[in-house]
Design a protein around this ligand. Structure first.
Ligand code: FES
Length: 127
């Protein structure tokens, strides 16, 4: 199945939904106002793969990423690691922030944002 429709109405702020899409883990993270505010302040110059939160999200409160570490492909843990609301890969210790940007450890690039769009406020189409 190429595309998938997801009802995100039950994903509470702070929660990260994890599902399988095209054989890969897909994370749908509901960012909190604190998450959004925190990463709005991060200077791009401090990032190894500089992208703004606006480049990585359509709506700031929703982060949609492939749940595969960009180092060697393990599955990171949501809401874990040194960046609040971020992701931690236990294989070799990569940390990603709450918009999935690589911040520490060996991961060279940010978690990948797949093609997606909102069909309605609560319905997401990925792929
Ligand atoms: Fe994630 Fe190596 S695979 S840190």
């Amino acid at each position: 199945l190429a595309s998938i429709e997801l009802d995100i109405s039950k994903v509470e702020p702070g929660q990260c939904l994890s599902i399988k899409w095209r054989g890969k883990p897909l994370f749908v993270k509901h960012r909190t106002p604190a998450d959004i505010e925190l990463e709005a302040k991060t200077p791009l110059s401090s990032l190894r793969d500089p992208e703004t939160p606006e480049q990585r999200t359509i709506k700031p409160e929703w982060l949609i990423v492939i749940g595969i570490c960009t180092h060697l492909g393990c599955v990171p843990i949501a809401n874990s690691g040194d960046w609040p609301g971020g992701f931690y890969c236990p294989c070799h210790g990569s940390h990603f922030d709450n918009v999935g940007r690589a911040r520490k450890g060996p991961a060279p690039t940010n978690l990948v944002v797949p093609p997606y769009k909102f069909l309605t406020d609560n319905l997401l189409l990925v792929g």
